[in-house]
Design a protein around this ligand. Structure first.
Ligand SMILES: NC(=O)c1ccc[n+]([C@@H]2O[C@H](COP(=O)([O-])OP(=O)(O)OC[C@H]3O[C@@H](n4cnc5c(N)ncnc54)[C@H](OP(=O)(O)O)[C@@H]3O)[C@@H](O)[C@H]2O)c1
Length: 274
């Protein structure tokens, strides 16, 4: 066996044979699904849009001869993760990639409270439930990995994206703490904290995004960091923005992020939600 074959088989032993990916119907989740399938992982694909998940499952099964199970669900529902846990109980899940999430832009008081509560339910509430239920399974197994999605906006308060950035600060803090709590359990935790990425994210959040990384370019750096670090800022843009901001006090970073977010407001302006 070559060194590459040995290391790829030990990677599969640690994190395989099954991975659960939330947010697999688009963007970063879909990009992770492709790379993990290419590495020989069987996948449970989760998001709301069943047709997009089925199309991806068929493509990956043909291209990589892996098994894919589609689990359409709405992660705003607090019962969804318990159901996902039950549906996958018979599978030897070694890796969970919690990519489902969405953003918003505009002054918090002009946003709909229901929409912002939904954002928090998916970006933070579902992540807590995933970490708790699948964390227990991974701990019992004695090996595995959990990949969460922070963001460069999660390292300080971010005006005009206050609730989204706060949800990402929650994820970042959770990942940093669990990485240490699970140290002796053989379970690796990673916060993937990208800068702008060209996915469906900006359109869904109603933002106008300028330069952005390609989702496919971010997956390998994240998977390479798993088990080695707790936080990865994948891509040059995230590194440039992240490391140049890091040396500044938080209140200055927040001011700068506020200016950046103002530049991302939609050209036609924002209304005030009821
Ligand atoms: N793109 C960026 O610039 C960027 C930067 C930093 C961090 N991130 C984070 O990276 C993660 C992935 O984002 P992305 O860029 O890949 O966005 P994306 O292309 O918009 O994909 C988001 C995914 O989340 C799923 N999702 C959204 N709401 C859901 C719900 N209620 N229930 C189940 N699934 C739901 C969507 O599927 P359905 O619509 O089919 O449900 C979709 O598969 C997110 O946590 C995001 O906050 C993104």
């Amino acid at each position: 066996m070559s060194t590459t074959e040995i290391s790829s088989s030990s990677w599969l032993t640690r994190y395989g044979p099954w991975a659960v990916i939330t947010g697999a119907s688009d963007g970063l989740g879909r990009a992770f699904a492709r790379v993990l399938a290419a590495r020989g992982m069987n996948l449970v694909l989760v998001a709301r849009r069943a047709s997009a998940l089925h199309a991806l499952a068929e493509e990956l099964q043909v291209d990589y001869a892996v098994r894919c199970i589609v689990q359409p669900m709405d992660l705003r529902d607090p019962r969804s993760i318990a159901s996902l846990n039950e549906q996958t109980a018979a599978l030897d899940v070694g890796l969970v990639v919690a990519a489902a999430g969405f953003g918003s832009i505009g002054p918090l008081l002009d946003r709909s409270l229901d929409d912002e509560a939904d954002l928090f339910a998916v970006n933070a509430g579902a992540v807590l439930r995933i970490a708790h239920s699948f964390g227990r399974r991974l701990r019992a197994r004695g090996r595995g990995g959990l990949v969460l999605f922070g963001s460069i906006v999660g390292f300080q308060g971010t005006p005009l994206s206050a609730n989204y950035a706060a949800s990402k600060a929650y994820v970042q803090s959770l990942a940093e703490a669990l990485a240490i709590e699970w140290d002796d359990d053989g379970v690796d935790v990673l916060s993937c904290a990208p800068g702008p990425v060209a996915t469906g994210f900006a359109a869904r959040a109603g933002m106008s995004m300028g330069s952005a990384a390609k989702p496919d370019d971010l997956v390998e750096p994240c998977l390479d960091a798993l088990g080695r670090r707790t936080t990865v800022r994948p891509g040059n843009l995230a590194k440039l923005l992240g490391y140049s901001l890091m040396i500044l006090p938080r209140f200055i970073r927040s001011r700068i992020l506020g200016h950046i977010m103002r530049g991302m407001l939609p050209k036609g302006g924002l209304g005030v939600a009821p």
